[in-house]
Design a protein around this ligand. Structure first.
Ligand SMILES: [Zn+2]
Length: 421
């Protein structure tokens, strides 16, 4: 099977366009009432359906058996020609590879002849922001004096790069990323039509990688199907794209819980040996902590992370992700990051530190005790602060016990870290 799902499953009806209901409705209304604008600018991320929508409009305008719901029939000669890319009414230009004024001239000459008695000429320019300035100007001239029954559809991922003079002549629609659940549904339908069994986990991992782009989702699915032997599993998806397994993050949580400082080195070695992309693991790490913070906000604290700790780690990781991308030694950087996460359990929250310092200031001198090195786990597990009893001796004579010294050193290191930040 080739990378053809996206072509084969390109929506043939407006009803199949995913996640863009208000835009589809507005366009259908315009087609129904015959009040189409001269030009439309369709903007949106990769794979949100811009050119698909443009072709559907072209089909609807030229279809000889349009349904009452403004859906093209997909069977008349015009619909078939457009689907095959052989229609004379529809001119498509890829602005990324055909950027020059000559390319635009070919189009403008093409639209001036050959419009049938009922047809509509539709010019679709993909990635329109890539056109040269001269090409834009030539296009602008045509837009200023458009031939009758001619419609321009411009698609772009970067609308801010399109000349304002062009934008002002277009009606604009911004296509949103397709919700994850819809991407999953669609992929599921494709797999079903191909009669290929696929695990729900596999669909979810593909949808996550597609990031709201249907075309990406479909071509990722193609790749996994080509690899898998029979049933497509989550493991297949992980193998094909070098993704870390979800279990690695759960193992990290367990290492935090048990204070296993050797774990980062073990895990990174494993990822390395299995040929996983460390950047994917890092991205997954950010997602993992994002999920923990969200769970905490919804009131379900996820052990072994305190709310404050999880939020702080989440911000650290977001910052570190950028640094990781530029790191000369990504492997060492990742190990250090994982150590940082495990150590975070032993870092005191600032408010607790202040409370402690205040308590220490009020403390009477105590007899020397052997130093105590047990880790300070969390506020809940911490022994109660010493009672703030009035000091029987004057403060000037106060000396710190080893335990207090340790705490103060902790505090000093923490404060230093906070100041640096
Ligand atoms: Zn038709």
């Amino acid at each position: 099977m080739s990378a053809s799902s996206s072509r084969r499953y390109r929506p043939q009806r407006f009803a199949d366009v995913l996640g863009q209901d208000p835009i589809v409705q507005a366009l259908k209304n315009a087609i129904r009432s015959g009040r189409l604008a001269q030009a439309y600018l369709l903007s949106g991320e990769r794979g949100t359906g811009k050119t698909t929508l443009a072709r559907l409009i072209a089909k609807a305008l030229n279809c000889s058996a349009l349904t009452t719901d403004e859906e093209p029939c997909s069977q008349c000669s015009s619909c078939l020609e457009i689907a095959n890319g052989t229609s004379l009414e529809v001119i498509e230009l890829d602005g990324a590879s055909h950027r020059g004024i000559e390319d635009i001239r070919t189009i403008t000459e093409g639209i001036s002849f050959g419009i049938g008695p009922t047809g509509y000429k539709v010019v679709i320019v993909d990635e329109v922001h890539m056109l040269t300035k001269e090409a834009f100007n030539a296009l602008l001239k045509t837009l200023e004096e458009p031939p009758p029954r001619c419609l321009f559809l411009f698609a772009t991922t970067e609308p801010h790069k399109v000349l304002p003079t062009i934008v002002s002549r277009c009606q604009r629609f911004h296509l949103h990323r397709i919700p994850r659940s819809l991407v999953i549904q669609k992929l599921q339908r494709i797999a079903k039509e191909l009669e290929i069994p696929i695990e729900q986990g596999a669909l979810e991992r593909i949808a996550d990688r597609a990031e709201g782009g249907m075309r990406d989702g479909e071509s990722l699915l193609d790749q996994v199907i080509a690899f898998a032997d029979g049933k497509v599993t989550e493991k297949d998806v992980e193998t094909v794209f070098g993704l870390p397994s979800k279990a690695s993050y759960q193992r990290l949580d367990a290492a935090v819980q048990s204070g296993d400082f050797a774990f980062p080195f073990t895990l990174v070695e494993e990822l390395y040996q299995e040929g996983k992309h460390l950047i994917h693991f890092f991205e997954g790490l950010v997602d993992h902590f994002r999920a923990i913070v969200r769970a905490n906000l919804q009131g379900t604290d996820r052990p072994p992370y305190r709310h404050e700790q999880a939020m702080s780690l989440f911000s650290d990781l977001v910052r570190r992700l950028d640094l990781f991308r530029q790191a000369h030694h990504p492997r060492v950087f990742l190990e250090e990051t994982l150590l940082h996460i495990i150590r975070s359990r032993y870092v005191l929250p600032v408010d607790l530190l202040i409370k402690r310092l205040e308590a220490l200031e009020q403390l009477p001198p105590q007899p020397q005790q052997p130093p105590s090195y047990e880790p300070i786990l969390s506020e809940e597990q911490e022994r109660p602060a010493p009672a703030l009893a009035p000091s029987p001796t004057p403060k000037q004579t106060h000396t710190f016990s080893p335990r207090e010294e340790t705490l103060l050193q902790f505090a000093a290191v923490e404060l230093e870290g906070i100041i640096k930040r």
